[in-house]
Each structure stands twice: as structure tokens, then as C-alpha cells.
Design a protein around this ligand. Structure first.
Ligand SMILES: [Zn+2]
Length: 97
């Protein structure tokens, strides 16, 4: 058998695509809640004064510099993105200079 050449045809590593959800990586579903209406306990709570080590893995702490909104913890990236937008709206105009 000849060694594979540099210009030889590349053989696919797998013969067929894996079925959705059966690969090696976990498949995360879409967040079930509408941003801003999440019902996950503690999602959106002020971060200061919380034991952040007690939060489940994957939670996100978000704060916007100069915002009157405190740093908050969010259950997902979708909720955190909504929280960033909300905190950005609460930056006083004088702080933007
Ligand atoms: Zn949430």
C-alpha cells in the first residue's frame, strides 16, 4: 500500500454525519424563557452579597462600568446579554463623556 501523497484525495474521517444530539459534545437546547422574563431562581439577582461559588456552573456575572444598575448574575448567555443591554440603558449621560 502506497503512502498517502500530499495531493492525494482526502478521505472523510467519518462515513456519515452523526445524528443530532448523539455526538461527543453535549447539545444545549435553546433557552426556554424570553429574555427579561426568565423564571430561573436567582437569575438577574444583584451579584454583590451573593455566594457566587454556590451558583451552578455556567452562570454569568455581568456589570457595566458607570451604570446605576448593579452587577448581576444570569443563568445563561441569553439572559446575560439582555442584562448588559439593560445596564447600558442605565448609564447616566454625564458618565458617557
Ligand atoms: Zn435566566
Amino acid at each position: 500500500m502506497a503512502a498517502p501523497s500530499f495531493n492525494g484525495r482526502i478521505k472523510p474521517a467519518t462515513k456519515r454525519a452523526r445524528a443530532q444530539g448523539q455526538g461527543d459534545l453535549p447539545r444545549l437546547g435553546l433557552h426556554p424563557e424570553i429574555p427579561g422574563a426568565c423564571t430561573t431562581p436567582r437569575c438577574g439577582d444583584a451579584a454583590d452579597g451573593q455566594d457566587e461559588t454556590a451558583l451552578p456552573a455556567g452562570w454569568i456575572r455581568v456589570g457595566v462600568q458607570g451604570s446605576t444598575d448593579p452587577d448581576r448574575v444570569w443563568c445563561s448567555g441569553l439572559c446575560a446579554t439582555w442584562g448588559i443591554a439593560r445596564a447600558e440603558l442605565r448609564v447616566p449621560a454625564a458618565a458617557r463623556r
